[in-house]
Design a protein around this ligand. Structure first.
Ligand code: F0G
Length: 351
């Protein structure tokens, strides 16, 4: 049981907007309340005030924790003994952590060979049953749809509406912090749950009078995995941003509704643009994100100067999730030196 003194996770903060009751056991790791960081350099490039919602600072280092606290709490309330999901890595890390916290089982179906090392390590350490599928994420999700009806099982992919409910709280936090919704919200799109969730959150607070405006929702997909942009299923999606390597998003229709309802747009960024944006953000703003998250920044660069007063970019996952991809952004090698002051000084004085 959680202690009210120490619990400040998203259910505790936003209970009245979430599908929970007194009977719901709150399974929380104090997720949410992530920093909204003003970015002077991005602001200059965009000609607008740009803020970064740094979701990599959640307990398992991605935005998935917001939805997972609600989905796992509801699964436990409903008597489930096992949660199951397909994942490109972050959902599985979050599911495994919250299942561990709840004392229930977790099974994760992952596309073999396409999961960043940090995410795989998380699933193992949190104690999940890790199943590597010879296939892609879309095939793994299809299997989960078929297996999810087994007795005692709860599916915790974003086809579970509780996930979307939890994730919408990021929009609430942004409105509370800025005192208003931004004019534009930029985020990466994979399975399209998050763009659906943000749009729901913005609309709910707008409806309640907590925000006067609604942002234009701008989604960015990786060029090799862009089914919504191309308006067709991509059978063999590919990208360095393995988190969004998805060819047939589950929330496709809801994403379309967010895009049209907000007069937003979906566009693509190449792997080269993603990697360049990832290293740019780290070395210019001190914010280290994984490749999928850098799609937001690459997207803003692609938009150039923007007709907006305030823009929020969600960066969805921490850079440490995927050190192998990060190392591909440059030719990184240390300067070798003997353990002598003179040797180190020589290097420091080099141009
Ligand atoms: N960024 C990261 C770091 C992600 O892990 C994901 C999705 C997205 C963006 C896209 O969000 O799917 O809601 O459109 N990761 C899922 C997973 C698919 O299994 O971890 P989305």
């Amino acid at each position: 049981m959680s202690s009210p003194l120490h619990d400040h996770g998203v259910i505790s903060r936003y209970r009245q907007y979430l599908p929970v009751s007194e009977a719901t056991p709150v399974i929380s790791l104090n997720e949410g309340s992530t920093p909204l960081i003003h970015s002077p350099r991005l602001s200059e490039r965009a000609g607008a005030e740009v803020f970064i919602k740094y979701e990599g600072l959640n307990p398992t280092a991605s935005f998935k924790d917001r939805g997972m606290t609600v989905a796992v709490s509801k699964a436990v309330e409903e008597g489930s003994r096992t949660v199951i999901c397909a994942s490109t890595g972050n959902t599985s890390a979050a599911a495994a952590a919250y299942a561990a916290r709840a004392g229930i089982q977790c099974a994760v179906l992952l596309p073999a060979g396409k999961i960043a090392q940090g995410k795989l390590v998380q699933a193992y350490l949190y104690g999940a049953k890790v199943i590597a599928i010879r296939g892609n994420f879309d095939q793994a999700l299809q299997l989960v749809r078929e297996l999810g009806g087994m007795p005692g099982f709860a599916v915790v992919n974003s086809i579970n509406p509780h996930r979307i409910e939890g994730q919408k709280t990021a929009a609430f936090e942004i409105i509370e912090e800025l005192g208003e919704a931004p004019d534009m919200h930029i985020l990466p799109v994979g399975n399209a749950g998050n763009i659906t969730a943000y749009w729901k959150g913005y609309r709910e607070f707008h409806h309640l009078g907590r925000a006067k405006i609604l942002p234009r929702m701008m989604g960015f997909q990786a060029a090799g995995s862009a089914p919504i942009f191309h308006q067709r299923v991509i059978e063999q999606p590919n990208t360095i941003a393995t988190a969004i390597r998805i060819g047939n998003p589950a929330s496709w229709q809801a994403a379309n509704a967010a895009l049209s309802g907000s007069t937003g747009a979906i566009d693509i960024v190449t792997d080269e643009e993603i990697l360049a944006a990832q290293s740019w953000l780290a070395s210019n703003e001190g914010i280290f994100v994984e490749p999928a998250s850098a799609a937001s920044v690459a997207g803003l660069f692609k938009l150039g100067r923007v007709q907006a007063r305030r823009i929020v970019l969600t960066v969805t996952g921490h850079g440490l999730k995927d050190p192998d991809a990060a190392m591909m952004t440059g030719d990184y090698r240390p300067f070798d030196a003997d353990a002598e002051v003179s040797a180190v000084r020589r290097i420091l004085e080099e141009k």
